[in-house]
Write a protein that binds this ligand. Structure first.
Ligand SMILES: N[C@@H](CC(=O)c1ccccc1NC=O)C(=O)O
Length: 295
């Protein structure tokens, strides 16, 4: 299938930023998250490169576990990059304010396309979330919140649509909330974009890997997991549409706590860059999400 220029633009968030040209926005994003992630490793205790499988990318980093109490809640973060870019090592920008709020932070890694396919990546996320839930349960943690940005939000959302995984996950009760930040919930439109070159999805695979198209199965075990969905005012219109549509679909599916917010004046990148700030609205919303955990 060919490349559709209109879809290519609609799914290129850097082109919709109002802060500068697309190249600058991307370059600035990578520089900033790299610098903040390097710094936080000098400031907060961390255990890096903890393996959860045998593949190269199957590792996660944990921050703050040494000094925080055993029952401290755990914030799990899955980075974006259309499943083909970025890395957990430069995705630790939320750590400092979460740590100050008393949360242990786990930054999750996964292998990237084309080395692995999207289905394999979703299975890696199941593995690492199971490993972190087990670790949290053994430690005596009160609750776990999973956040994902963009493609990382897609990976988090996919957990809600796999009742087989949910049924065999012994610590699912610890999962208190999910934060979807500028998420992708339908990957079918990506088939006709360059984003699909390393993914190589056909229509059937794309449908089965789209949270918005997988509402048929039972969601009984996860419908009390609180859902916070945010998207930037300057995200592409298609991202805003997908977020609102997914929020509505979750509510229709019986999810008991769904909040959806368009974040003023933010784009696809500063919506997460600002997670390094204690006073940022989204930092505060995440902290609030934890504090509503039943203790
Ligand atoms: N090539 C994309 C880059 C992109 O979409 C992106 C970059 C960093 C983090 C997340 C991203 N999007 C989805 O995962 C763009 O032009 O904006």
């Amino acid at each position: 299938m060919g490349i559709e220029k209109k879809l290519e633009d609609e799914y290129s968030p850097s082109k919709w930023s109002r802060r500068g040209p697309a190249d600058w926005v991307l370059d600035h994003h990578v520089k900033l998250v790299t610098q903040v992630s390097t710094q936080v490793k000098q400031e907060v205790s961390c255990q890096l490169d903890i393996p959860y499988g045998v593949r190269e990318g199957e590792k996660f980093d944990i921050f703050g576990a040494e000094e925080l109490p055993k029952d401290a809640p755990v914030f799990v973060y899955i980075h974006g990059g259309y499943w083909q870019a970025l890395d957990r090592s430069i995705s630790a920008y939320s750590v400092s304010p979460q740590h100050k709020a008393g949360h242990v932070v786990a930054i999750v890694g996964y292998d990237l396309a084309p080395k692995v396919g999207l289905k394999e990546i979703t299975l890696e996320i199941q593995l690492v979330v199971s490993a972190i839930l087990k670790w949290a349960a053994e430690r005596g943690s009160r609750s776990v919140v999973i956040a994902g940005h963009s493609a990382g939000s897609h990976l988090a959302a996919m957990l809600l649509h796999d009742s087989e995984w949910q049924n065999k996950e012994p610590h699912l009760n610890l999962l208190h909330g999910m934060v979807h930040i500028s998420g992708v919930f339908d990957v079918v439109p990506l088939i006709e974009t360059t984003m699909n070159l390393p993914l190589n999805l056909d229509s059937e695979a794309a449908k089965s890997l789209s949270p918005l198209r997988c509402f048929s199965q039972s969601m009984e075990k996860v419908r009390n997991v609180k859902q916070l969905l945010v998207v930037g005012e300057n995200d592409p219109p298609e991202f805003k549409r997908q977020t609102l549509t997914y929020a509505q679909a979750l509510m229709r599916a019986g999810f008991t706590d769904v909040h959806c917010k368009v974040m003023d004046a933010l784009d696809h990148f500063d919506i997460v860059e600002k997670l390094q700030e204690e006073e940022y609205v989204l930092t505060r919303l995440i902290v609030q999400l934890f504090s509503s955990a039943q203790l």
